[in-house]
Design a protein around this ligand. Structure first.
Ligand SMILES: [Zn+2]
Length: 71
């Protein structure tokens, strides 16, 4: 599960996603650009938290990993 910060271009289209382990990392990394809570997102590929580099849980053949606690 991941928290996501969306980067948009001038037209408001999402061009990039930053992944975080928690809303706290999202807020601390983005400061005034923080766009609100956007968490508990199911990932399908391995990602690390952009701020603290924690490995995020994602859906794979072992579904138990995706059912971890969401915060
Ligand atoms: Zn983090």
């Amino acid at each position: 599960m991941a928290h996501i910060h969306t980067i948009e271009d001038q037209n408001g289209d999402a061009v990039e996603y930053h992944y975080y382990c928690s809303d706290t990392c999202n807020q601390l990394d983005n400061g005034e650009n923080y766009r609100g809570w956007y968490g508990c997102v199911e990932l399908h590929s391995p990602e690390n938290c952009k701020r603290c580099n924690t490995e995020l849980y994602y859906v794979s053949e072992n579904r138990k990993r995706a059912l971890r606690h969401c915060f």
